[in-house]
Ligand binder design. Structure first.
Ligand code: BTN
Length: 145
């Protein structure tokens, strides 16, 4: 029994540390990405759905940038092991475009939450012949503000 105590203590601390890292990946709050865009996400509902707002720092248009709504979903299946996957779309209020993001919320080695995402930006084109040039692809890394 005496010999088992240090082992149990180490096990408890290891599980505790793991539990903390899993819990920290919460989407709610304010985020900034590598382009300087700001995003605010509200409460994540029990089914994983959420809404928020997005203030992009850049645009593919010549329009004045305005804060735009986003809606998304975070994986909340029963076998979720932390560091959840997620997706959201931004319906730009100042252009004809839509962007969809997909990614994962990680806790990095310093215990900081990081959203690693990829995105597709669909711009409106005048006709089907221009469809080939209507979609841009990229990645963004978000950190908590
Ligand atoms: C548009 O130009 O039609 C709307 C704005 C698009 C901004 C893009 S979405 C992907 C990338 N990440 C950002 O934070 N902003 C750009």
């Amino acid at each position: 029994m005496v010999q088992a105590t240090p082992f149990l203590l180490v096990l408890f601390l290891a599980l505790g540390a793991h539990g903390v890292s899993v819990k920290k990946c919460s989407l709610t709050g304010r985020w900034v990405n590598d382009l300087g865009s700001n995003m605010t996400i509200g409460t994540v509902n029990a089914d994983g759905s959420f809404v928020g707002s997005y203030h992009t720092a850049v645009t593919a248009t010549s329009n004045e940038i305005k804060v735009s709504p986003l809606q998304g979903s975070m994986q909340k299946s029963p076998n979720q092991k932390g560091q959840p996957t997620l997706g959201f779309s931004v319906n730009w209020s100042f252009s004809d475009s839509i962007t969809v993001f997909t990614g994962q919320c990680f806790v990095d080695d310093d215990g900081k939450e990081v959203l690693k995402t990829m995105w597709l930006l669909r711009s409106r084109v005048e006709n089907i012949k221009n469809d080939w040039k209507a979609t841009r692809i990229g990645n963004n890394v978000f950190t908590r503000l």
